[in-house]
Design a protein around this ligand. Structure first.
Ligand code: SF4
Length: 327
C-alpha cells in the first residue's frame, strides 16, 4: 500500500465511523474459495438489534467453525462429536472459542465437554465493501478487483472511494454496480464525501463466480454456493468485529503528534505533513526521525468509547454464576 493510500484509508475510516453506526474494519479477506485472494480495503458492517448481545460475549473475533458447530448453549457436548471438519481444525476452533470466552468447558472422564456461553446472535446485516483508490491515474488492478467483487457478490454493496476527479472514461471502466465516492481531504482529515453514484445491491443469496488464476486466454474460476458465501460473510463480520480499523501504531518520534481532528486519533507527522505508517515510514531510515517515547494513546479504549464495540465485556460465563451460587 502506498503512503498516500495508507493515510487516505485511515482518514476515511475515521470519517465513516464518526458519520454512521456501521462497524468498520480494514484489510479483510473477501474470497470464498481463496479467502486471501481478494482483500477488501475497508468493510462496513451494518449492526442489527442483537449487536449488543454479540458485543456482550467477547471483544475478539469468534471462529466461524465454532459458531457453525453443533455446540449449543444447552447441554455440554464432547467437542469431537460437534464438528464435521478435520479434528485439528475442530480442536483449534474449540481452543480459540474457549480462549475468547464463547465456549465454556466441563471436564468429564478426562474429556472436554463444551457449550456456548450464550446463543450466537443474529447481529449483522448488510456488508459494505470499499475499495480505496485515491489516485485513479494509478489504477493498478482496480478494474479486475471490482469485477471480482461484483461477480462473487459476497458483500451487499461495493463502493470505489477516490480523491481524483472522476471522468466519463473512468465511469465506463468501473462496473456499473459499483458506487463511486469522491473524497475531499484537508490537513489529515476527510472534509466531505460526494456520492457520485450509489452502489447497486449485489445478489448475496445467489451463487457467485470467483476468478482464481488468470492465464493468457483463460481464467480459472470457482463457483461459490450461497452457503459458502454466507459462511464467508460471517467470517468477515466476525473478523471486522474483532479487528476494527485501528490496526496501526504511533511511532516513537518527536515529530509525530496524536491528531484527533478527523474524529479519531491518527499518527500525524509534522515533518512529512501527513498521516504516517509507523511500521513502514518511521525509524532511523527517515531523515526527519527524532527518537522520543511513542504517544501512549490507547486506541482500544478509543474504539470502546466511540463505537458500540466493548473492549472488556462481562461475558456470560455460567461457571462464574455457578461459583456465585456457593458464595
Ligand atoms: S520517523 Fe519520519 S515519518 Fe515517522 S514521525 Fe518521525 S519524521 Fe515523521
Amino acid at each position: 500500500m502506498s503512503v498516500s493510500e495508507f493515510a487516505f484509508e485511515l482518514e476515511l475510516c475515521a470519517a465513516l465511523e464518526a458519520r454512521s453506526d456501521r462497524l468498520y474494519a480494514r484489510q479483510l479477506g473477501a474470497g470464498v474459495a481463496d479467502p486471501g485472494g481478494r482483500v477488501l480495503d475497508v468493510v462496513g458492517v451494518e449492526p442489527r438489534p442483537a449487536f449488543a448481545d454479540r458485543a456482550g460475549i467477547t471483544a475478539e473475533s469468534i471462529p466461524v467453525a465454532a459458531i457453525d458447530s453443533r455446540v449449543g448453549s444447552g447441554r455440554a457436548r464432547y467437542w469431537k462429536d460437534a464438528f464435521d471438519c478435520h479434528p485439528k481444525r475442530a480442536r483449534r476452533a474449540t481452543d480459540r472459542a474457549l480462549e475468547v470466552g464463547f465456549f465454556e468447558r466441563e471436564r468429564r472422564n478426562g474429556r472436554d465437554y463444551v457449550r456456548q456461553v450464550a446463543r450466537y446472535p443474529d447481529w449483522y446485516g448488510r456488508l459494505l465493501g470499499i475499495e480505496n483508490k485515491p489516485d485513479l491515474g494509478r489504477p493498478g488492478d482496480l478494474e479486475s478487483q471490482l469485477r471480482t467483487d461484483v461477480s462473487l457478490g459476497v458483500v451487499d454493496e461495493v463502493v470505489l472511494a477516490t480523491e481524483s476527479y472522476v471522468t466519463g472514461a473512468h465511469r465506463n471502466r468501473i462496473p456499473e454496480e459499483v458506487g463511486i465516492w469522491r473524497v475531499h481531504r484537508e490537513a489529515g482529515a476527510v472534509r466531505e464525501i460526494d456520492v457520485l453514484r450509489e452502489p447497486t445491491p449485489l445478489a448475496v443469496a445467489d451463487p457467485g463466480v470467483e476468478p482464481l488464476e488468470t492465464y493468457p486466454g483463460r481464467t480459472d474460476v470457482a463457483v461459490a454456493s450461497p452457503e459458502a458465501k454466507a459462511r464467508t460473510r460471517r467470517r468477515m463480520a466476525e473478523r471486522a468485529y474483532g479487528k476494527g480499523w485501528r490496526t496501526y501504531g504511533l511511532p516513537g518520534c518527536a515529530r509525530c503528534r496524536a491528531d484527533d481532528s478527523s474524529g479519531a486519533t491518527l499518527p500525524y507527522c509534522e515533518w512529512a505533513d501527513r498521516v504516517v505508517d509507523a511500521g513502514s515510514d518511521c525509524g532511523a531510515g527517515c531523515p526527519g526521525y527524532d527518537p522520543a517515547p511513542a504517544s501512549d494513546v490507547d486506541l482500544e479504549a478509543e474504539r470502546d468509547q466511540r463505537t458500540d464495540w466493548i473492549a472488556d465485556p462481562d461475558g456470560k460465563r455460567r461457571a462464574q454464576s455457578g461459583l456465585e451460587r456457593f458464595s
